[in-house]
Design a protein around this ligand. Structure first.
Ligand code: HEM
Length: 305
């Protein structure tokens, strides 16, 4: 039997390459930060630098946890469900570090922290997202799933979409000049939420048809281009069409809409390849049962054998 802390082992106690890889991925931002510290340092405001790093990676791992459900269906790789909870709890660990660093930046003056959260809208929104993530993390254990019951637990975990939206708004609000990164992350969330909505409407348990995945990809990319163009047009009082036209000028930089398109097309390609080469889906009967009962969850505990 595996010990509770041995998260690199699967439920049967065997070493799990998938879990080890996920754990390594969750630690990559720490390695990047250590490398930055050793080479360039964290700049004039080291705590602020770390606040930015943790906030960014929290959002990335949140997106990764949401990507598990579509990816396991599209890649016909049911075992992926095993790391969804790990990614979700990992995202919360970065959120916890983010808040702790903010408290440290305020010299541990909790009264000041509370009043800043109450007075600054972007912090109020960030803190609301944080509370939502805390609720998801606390209820991610098997014991909590049993206590809440599957239906109530699943309903509670649907707040992950509200949490993501609030976190994105917080990201946009505190980004001063270049909004490319938040726009790109927002585009990814549009794709993920879109997939979930379409799959729910069609009661789909397996992958969506390839044409739909491709259409969703083009839709998410177009929304990303349009959203960015409208945002820039409002901020700088220029025509959104001028901004849209500049998306085809690759000499300056590549607009986030293209990255969203590339990511979606990569997923579409995975679907095509898996459909062509895997006549038999790789998901086991147990995985199928897991998928049926875990439909819209984010931090999903693995299914019992
Ligand atoms: C789950 C909740 C949260 C998420 C996902 C999140 C995410 C982020 C992201 C992505 C950034 C920008 C990183 C970058 O520029 O690369 C950021 C910045 C920041 N966040 Fe959060 N955040 C959350 C909650 C909070 C909370 C609760 C606080 C404090 C009460 C907070 C305070 C800040 C501050 C101070 C900054 C930097 C602002 C600046 O330099 O002007 N965040 N956050």
């Amino acid at each position: 039997m595996r010990k509770p802390y041995q998260i690199w082992r699967d439920r049967r106690g065997r070493l799990s390459p998938l879990r080890i890889t996920t754990l390594a991925a969750l630690l990559v931002p720490v390695a990047i930060a250590v490398h930055a510290y050793a080479t360039t340092g964290f700049g004039a405001r080291p705590l602020n630098d770390l606040i930015h790093r943790t906030g960014y990676w929290c959002l990335i791992f949140l997106a990764a946890s949401l990507a598990v459900t579509p990816l396991r269906a599209i890649a016909r790789y049911g075992a992926l469900i095993d790391v969804r909870r790990m990614l979700g709890v990992g995202a919360f660990a970065y959120a916890a570090a983010h808040l702790a660093l903010y408290v440290a930046d305020q010299r541990y003056d909790l009264g000041k922290v509370a009043s800043e959260i109450a007075l600054r809208l972007y912090l109020t929104i960030g803190f609301t997202a944080w509370l939502g993530m805390a609720a998801l993390a606390v209820t991610s254990t098997d014991a909590m799933v049993r206590r809440l019951g599957a239906v109530r637990w699943r309903r509670l975990h649907q707040i992950v979409y509200v949490v993501s939206l609030l976190a994105l708004i917080h990201f946009f609000q505190q980004t001063k000049a270049d909004v490319s990164v938040p726009v790109f992350v927002a585009g990814l969330f549009v794709w993920l939420a879109g997939y979930r909505l379409i799959a729910a409407r069609r009661h789909a348990r397996g992958p969506l048809p390839t044409a739909l995945i491709a259409a969703l990809t083009f839709g998410a990319a177009l929304l990303t281009f349009a959203g960015e163009a409208i945002g820039i047009a409002i901020a700088y009082r220029v025509s959104p069409l001028t901004v849209l036209r500049s998306a085809f000028d690759f000499s300056f930089d590549i607009r986030p809409g293209w990255y969203v398109l590339a990511a979606g097309l990569a997923v579409t390609l995975i679907d095509l390849l898996r459909a062509a080469f895997a006549a038999q889906p790789r998901a086991t009967a147990a995985d199928q049962a897991g998928s049926a009962s875990s439909g819209g969850r984010s931090f999903v505990p693995r299914q019992r054998p």
